[in-house]
Ligand binder design. Structure first.
Ligand code: IMP
Length: 188
């Protein structure tokens, strides 16, 4: 690991920053859903955030997961790979994401879930990057808003790496493209 590679990394939130952020978001979601809520986590990036969020909430929470296929640049078509197990009709539901980037994931999942007539549906994301938005999505609950930078850690990956980092950091996509493991020695 060269110093040049390490200096590409910028820590946006350390573990204390993450904890404080999650506590704030959990208080916001709890205040708006006093009858309890279904947290619908989008696999796999939302898992660390959802686990911390659920434990920091002061209301009754049910946890379920969804997964979708990645967007194919050609068709833009996407489909559900894993659906919720819980019937959400008449319930308050919060979609939990790692990052809202283009907003296409949120848009697709919101449309799918709204068809089931939940009492209320909202979107909660740990990271919001509005600069690259394609779909007209404004998440209801946001941990941190970032400019146009690639981020890793706290669920966010590059080709499956870095999800379990207890920090949120920017990384250079050109470095990762060259070597997906480039930051491993510096970060673990
Ligand atoms: P969308 O563009 O809002 O539909 O987000 C699609 C997915 O791309 C997210 O759920 C993330 O899994 C992934 N993604 C987008 N930006 C980043 C990033 O900066 N780091 C890691 N994953 C990302």
């Amino acid at each position: 690991m060269t110093d040049a590679v390490v200096s590409d990394l910028q820590i946006l939130l350390d573990s204390r920053g993450i904890e404080a952020t999650v506590e704030r978001v959990a208080a916001e979601v709890s205040a708006d859903h006093t009858d309890g809520v279904v947290l619908a986590g989008v696999l796999r990036g939302s898992v660390p955030f959802l686990a911390d969020l659920a434990r920091a909430m002061s209301i009754h929470v049910r946890i379920d997961f969804l997964a979708i296929t990645p967007y194919s640049p050609g068709t833009g078509r996407v489909r559900l790979l894993k659906d919720l197990d819980i019937d959400i009709t008449g319930r308050d539901v919060v979609i939990v994401e790692d990052i809202v980037d283009t907003g296409l994931t949120s848009e697709f999942l919101s449309a799918q879930l709204n068809r089931r007539n939940p009492r209320n549906l909202s979107v909660c994301t740990f990271v919001d990057r509005p600069a690259r938005r394609v779909a007209p999505i404004e998440p209801d609950y946001v941990g941190i808003e970032i400019p146009e930078e690639f981020v890793i850690g706290y669920g966010l990956d590059y080709e499956g790496r870095y999800r379990n980092l207890p920090i949120l950091a920017t990384a250079d996509p050109a470095v990762l493209k060259e070597n997906p493991d480039a930051y491993i020695a510096a970060l673990y």
